[in-house]
Design a protein around this ligand. Structure first.
Ligand code: SF4
Length: 460
């Protein structure tokens, strides 16, 4: 399928071919689903909303509930105020959410709809019932990516709900609360982050939290608002935290800053805790904020170290290409380096100059090809010029993996052609074990496939 990709790399400024990103509202919709009893609301045409819902469904294998303003030609010319007013009325009378999180699309952004003014008008017309909440994030897709949309919605929820809480005195029996903005990760990752943080004895408020929503159990009945998600009360109590840990500079930084500005809770921006180094830094920060590293957590880390030592000879010197969302890619790059691999091609589709400097810092003088706002066409050309032993990235990498016959491990978002990723974490020590096993399996399966008979080993 990609056999016509030329070897020679030509700098392009006005064309993306197979971009390593998608549009902002998808991330905004996913973040909104992490609030309990929240209905995401797409202010634009219904085609956008259908695409965003179906793309999330394809990754999580779960139904995604969302409403839309259903723009037609009239709204495109005269503005979408009547659509949003009618939409809010319908949503509250028919679906009874506690929260409606509105995000915009390219169309409503381009015509310039003033969402706060329209929501104000909805309040004036008493279309928003007492005790219900409507807030919005601006998510134009012609800038940024799905990660930026996720970050914008997380920031909007912090701005809307977080308040300063002056009476933060705790009883001696009360646990210390830490807020965690988990980044654009799977529900299983959010559950794992909570397990690790609560394992240190802290109380955790995670926002958003899609565990129990996008991995809700099968009960035989359709539940419109599943059990999971951050409650309104938890969001209103973000101010009780001793700190907000924003995991991932791209996905969580702005939200952590918003909590700091609104509720005077200090922020700590950390890397996404994928791999041993980033997880150690996450655990150290929890300790700094009052958590205790238990013997069981230390053992968990020790098992990962043991596995790394046992497999070191298989990773050492292997070349790897890594692409996807910037927070994921940087954490994976560090983990690959820690395993003894050589990340020779590192690429993200999301903008942000910090990506290059961070990747260079991780890789040092050995830094190879690094690109921000890149596309998979460029990645394929790089790989043709300098082949790799392993490719790490989302589902879209399978075309390059097949064209160049490279072992491929699916990690990140989206994974459309496999199952289980939403149920098994990639973060933390346990997530690193799982990731390492997938990587070593891919390398050893390839070695077995290519071995001549007398080198076809039974034992590792
Ligand atoms: S890029 Fe814009 S128009 Fe296209 S689906 Fe995304 S929001 Fe809609």
């Amino acid at each position: 399928m990609l056999k016509h990709t030329p070897n020679e790399v030509t700098e392009r400024s006005a064309l993306r071919i197979n971009p390593a990103k998608t549009c902002q509202p998808i991330g905004a919709m996913y973040a909104a689903l992490g609030i309990h009893r929240c209905l995401p609301y797409s202010h634009g045409s219904q085609g956008c909303c259908s695409y965003h819902r179906s793309h999330l469904t394809r990754h999580f294998k779960e139904p995604v509930m969302a409403a839309t303003s259903s723009f037609t030609e009239g709204a495109s010319v005269f503005g979408g105020q009547p659509n949003l007013l009618q939409g809010l009325n319908t949503v509250f009378t028919t679906y009874n959410p506690d929260v409606v999180a509105v995000h915009t699309t390219c169309l409503s952004e381009t015509i310039g709809d003033d969402i706060p003014q329209i929501v104000g008008e909805a309040k004036r017309q008493e279309l928003i019932p007492e005790g219900k909440h409507v807030f919005h994030a601006s998510t134009p897709s012609y800038v940024g990516s799905h990660v930026v949309g996720f970050a914008n919605m997380c920031t909007a929820m912090a701005n809307y709900f977080a308040v300063e809480i002056k009476d933060t005195k705790r009883k001696s029996t009360d646990k210390v609360q830490v807020n965690i903005a988990p980044g654009f990760v799977d529900p299983s990752d959010m559950r794992e982050l909570r397990r690790l943080a609560e394992g240190t004895g802290l109380k955790v408020t995670m926002f958003p939290d899609t565990s129990g929503v996008m991995d809700a159990p099968q009960t035989g009945q359709h539940i419109f608002y599943p059990e999971g998600g951050t409650t309104v009360e938890e969001l209103q109590n973000l101010g009780r935290g001793v700190a907000t840990l924003g995991l991932g500079w791209w996905a969580s930084r702005e939200a952590a800053i918003a909590v700091e500005k609104k509720a005077y809770v200090p922020r700590e921006i950390l890397d996404l805790p994928i791999g041993i180094g980033a997880t150690d830094r996450f655990m150290a920060k929890l300790q700094f904020r009052g958590g205790e590293l238990t013997h069981e957590l230390e053992n968990e880390r020790g098992r990962l170290v043991d596995l790394m030592v046992d497999t070191q000879q298989h990773f050492h010197g292997k070349k790897v290409a890594i692409f996807g969302d910037p927070d994921h890619v940087l954490a994976l790059t560090e983990f690959a380096r820690d395993l003894g691999m050589i990340p020779v091609h590192v690429l993200t589709g999301t903008p942000g100059k910090r990506f290059v400097s961070e990747a260079e810092r991780i890789l040092g003088p050995k830094a190879g090809n690094i690109k921000v706002e890149g596309d998979l066409f460029t990645l394929h050309q790089w790989i043709k010029a300098e082949p790799v032993d392993l490719l790490l990235g989302n589902t879209y990498g399978k075309y390059i993996a097949r064209a160049e016959d490279i072992p491929f491990v699916r990690v990140g978002w989206p994974i459309l052609d496999r199952v289980g990723h939403g149920l098994m974490p990639t973060v933390g020590y346990a997530g690193a074990v799982r990731l390492l096993v997938k990587m070593i399996d891919a390398l050893l399966d390839r070695r077995d496939r290519d071995s001549v008979d007398h080198e076809f080993e039974l034992v590792l």
